[in-house]
Design a protein around this ligand. Structure first.
Ligand code: AMP
Ligand code: ZN
Length: 136
């Protein structure tokens, strides 16, 4: 993908602060961290988002993410971390090259998670059935 910023990082055309690399995966510091040590783990091949990734790439990225998360935690003395993936524009994906966020957490860092909503009466069962059908 010629106009993809993360493909340009992989090719070395744009600099990054690399923290981990293997033949299939690259991890580097996010340029606008939610907390210090916020990292991105990306497949070296261009896939638009999670569902676009073949199983092999999912495995490569998540196995690397586990390793990177451990290194990030220890490297910045974090107390925990959130693993995140924004998929498609409506979900806040800005860079259309699949990537996993590793966001270190510190006691009292004020980072807020999403709020839960309530289902209407009977709605959850319909939703479950609809999803079940798609997964058969
Ligand atoms: P998303 O909203 O999940 O698509 O997040 C894209 C992330 O990429 C954001 O957190 C940005 O701060 C980060 N980002 C964009 N450009 C760069 C860059 N050149 N180097 C490092 N991180 C970047
Ligand atoms: Zn790309």
């Amino acid at each position: 993908m010629t106009d993809c910023i993360f493909c340009k990082i992989i090719k070395g055309e744009i600099p990054c602060l690399r923290i981990y690399e293997d033949k299939d995966v690259l991890a580097f510091l996010d340029i606008a961290p939610v907390n210090r040590g916020h990292a991105l783990v990306i497949p070296k091949k261009h896939y638009a988002d999670f569902t676009d990734m073949p199983d092999e790439a999912v495995k490569q990225v998540f196995v690397a993410a586990k390793k990177v998360a451990d290194g990030v935690m220890k490297g910045v003395n974090a107390n925990g971390f959130n693993l995140g993936m924004n998929n498609r524009k409506v979900a806040g994906q800005l860079v259309m090259h699949a990537h996993v966020h590793i966001m270190p957490r510190f006691e009292g860092d004020g980072f807020k998670l999403w709020e839960g909503k309530k289902y209407l009466e009977g709605e959850a069962k319909k939703v479950m059935e609809s999803i079940n059908k798609k997964l058969k």
